[in-house]
Design a protein around this ligand. Sequence first.
Ligand code: UDP
Length: 233
Amino acid sequence: MMAGTALLQYFLRMPVGGESRIMRCIGVYGASGFGKEVLPLVRAQYGDDQTNITFIDDGMADGDHIFSFDSFAALPYDEKLVTIAIADSKVREKIALRCADAGFGVADVKAPNFVMLDDVEIGEGSILASFAHLTSKIRIGRYFHANFYSYVAHDCVIGDFVTFAPSVRCNGNVHIEDHAYIGAGAILRQGTPQKPLRIGRGAFIGMGAVVTKDVAAGDTVIGNPARPMVSRR
Ligand code: UDP
């Protein structure tokens, strides 16, 4: 682990004579599971000789390639961009506000092989991982995560801070409200233009669930067909 000036020089890639320096730094917020998968995508999309890429994480000590929020804020780059690679949507929202207050820009992340067809609108802060697929006539809000192999089919409307774990299959005419979490491998049945399938605000869809009916705000559903989870306590 490096410390102090040595660490700073490493990140700024400043020669001792100091004639050139890197202008831009991109922080991948969250150095745990998802962050490790997102950082290579950021490198592929943004990497060049004017850009440094690092983790930001408040739960780990500052070190080689990891900074706390405060340490990242103190780095003397001309431009700082952040992508928030944390699945918990409430944490993501809190960090998004903090980063905006600090004046950091937003780095949207798109895997080299993600697919987007026609008439897709998506807000800032999204992460579209490898093999993610957004087809046509889709509206998506801010800070959407589509983990690898997830898809969103035609005529879907998705709110802010919605999270898709890997391999979510969201079929056509599904409406998903803010802060919903869709677990790995879940399937959301196709709705119709007259009656879209609705997933309410903050709903939690368990992994592998097959959702055939609307899910109320805040509910957790599991199984095939998906049903509300009942506590046995
Ligand atoms: N974290 C953070 N600031 C916060 C909340 C979380 O830096 O305010 C970090 C936390 O220390 C952890 C990461 O975000 O390293 C979240 O990792 P986790 O494995 O819980 O979630 P995932 O990577 O699956 O989204």
